[in-house]
Ligand binder design. Sequence first.
Ligand code: PEP
Ligand code: MG
Length: 327
Amino acid sequence: SRQKLKAIRKEETLTKDGTKVEILANIEIDSDVEEVKYNNAAGIGLFRSEFLFLQRENNLASEDEQFEAYSRVVREMKKKPVTIRTADLGADKNPIWNSTHGESENPALGLTGIRLLLAEQGFFRTQLRAILRASFYGKIQVLFPMISSAWELKQAITQLEHAKNELREEGIPFDEGIAVGAMIEIPSAAIAIKSILNLVDFVSIGTNDLIQYLLAIDRNDESVGYLYDPLHPAVISTIGHVISNTNKAGKMISICGEMAGNPKLTRLLLGMGLRKFSMYSANILSIKKIILSTDINEITPIVNKILRTENREKIYELIDKLNEDVD
Ligand code: PEP
Ligand code: MG
């Protein structure tokens, strides 16, 4: 069966009815690109850049070191898009600045993601400069993590504009058309998605954190793991709200959380209007196989039923029905 999956590597990702879908890859370090290329991903939907800082003793990669890492990935990916998420530190990811900002009683609700970047403007500016410099060598998109409001997103964009101005003054080239996006992983951003869409070119749903915050379940706490449910009706309706509003606004949307790489959920997400999935390279071909076998017209009535019910048993039953012919 691995052999069979291998055979679809170079095939175009189209549903049975001819709808174009993009499968992108999540990476953590630049050497992950080898597997991305092997699986022929349409691009990188999530480069978790924080790993560049977590790997190091003193935890601060210089602008040039970052530039080298980002431009290496971009060059390897040729003209395919590479979405670099600015450092998502804090919370579950070893907080480097604990000594500066003090330890948080509740790090998942503390100084994390964009909050930490806005509090550490020197660090943030350095990373934005490195990303912009690398954007000259391919197609980079910049993605801000843990956005909770339009107000906060505007501050991040202002920092990006400052970094652009610096480079212009220094005569350093970068892609003037670089696309900007927001992670949708905090419920407030999902609910107020229209206010976010006004400010960005694309959004990417981080289902790992979105589920954590919607259901008040620590994503790393095994004692409540049984409650961590991507099929909770509140999760489905929140994701549906984000997808439909983003599609309506004519902006790009992807999912880069674990839900995108879960074969049980592929058809649900297709039926909800998702056309870009970003996942670990290891999941790409099995998800691709399901997409190739799906007729969107056939699944739509079942997906609509799922969206109309809040009954857990019914939802699970309909998911099974959706996947009846998937092996
Ligand atoms: C997410 O929250 O779903 C996500 C993709 O980001 P991370 O898992 O890195 O928090
Ligand atoms: Mg996240």
